[in-house]
Design a protein around this ligand. Structure first.
Ligand code: FMN
Length: 185
């Protein structure tokens, strides 16, 4: 027997993306966004609302970074999705996290998060959000494996559950894409 549910976008896992921008005075704003995805091989699409401080900052600077949130910073990451830089001037400072300026775009990189995409906005649409070109992709060295690739199993990155708003930790590798299916060929 199958049961019909109230409709939500039942795409799991959704990411927990942390979008960082500079405010007018050079201070930092970061927001949490689960409605974001890869768009092309070097592009990322964020469905973020027009009224957010983040969106206003991207309209002004044309730049932003996107980090993957991790379990170690779950409280800070959720806070950054509840409070707005429109209302709380020291929003980022309150988390106690740290940032450095990207060498590639006019936006901050949050040091505590494992992976960061440094982006330039290609299109900002008040209906569909922001489309960004990834100019640089950087990672904390401690998450690189012996083959020089990011080791997801070490990062403890978060996933968002659209059914009940839970955060899940994504750590366990269970297969190899473009390979496991060959057993049936
Ligand atoms: C788990 C989670 C996911 C969220 N995803 C989005 C999203 O994809 N798009 C969006 O516009 N807001 C999203 N929000 C809400 C913003 O993060 C929130 O409104 C935030 O205060 C905006 O900050 P800002 O005004 O400083 O930019 C999310 C919040 C949480 C907690």
């Amino acid at each position: 027997m199958r049961k019909d549910l109230e409709i939500v976008p039942a795409v799991f896992p959704m990411p927990v993306l942390m979008i960082a921008t500079y405010n007018e005075d050079g201070s930092i704003d970061v927001m949490n966004a689960a409605w974001g995805t890869a768009y092309d091989f070097k592009q990322i699409k964020l469905n973020i609302s027009e009224g957010h401080k983040t969106t206003k900052n991207i309209r002004r600077t044309g730049c932003f970074t996107v980090s993957l949130a991790d379990t170690a910073h779950i409280i800070e990451s959720d806070y950054l999705g509840i409070a707005s830089g429109n209302d709380v001037k020291n929003k980022f400072e309150k988390t106690g996290m740290h940032a450095i300026k990207s060498k590639h775009v006019d936006a901050p990189i949050i040091e505590e998060y494992p992976v960061c995409m440094e982006c330039k906005a290609i299109d900002i649409n008040n209906e569909y959000g922001v489309l960004g070109e990834i100019i640089n992709l950087s990672i904390d060295e401690k998450y690189i494996d012996e083959n020089g690739l990011p080791d997801i199993s070490k990062m403890n990155t978060l996933a968002y559950d659209p059914f009940s708003h839970g955060y899940y930790e994504v750590t366990k590798k269970v297969g190899q894409a473009f390979s496991d299916g060959k057993k049936i060929i």
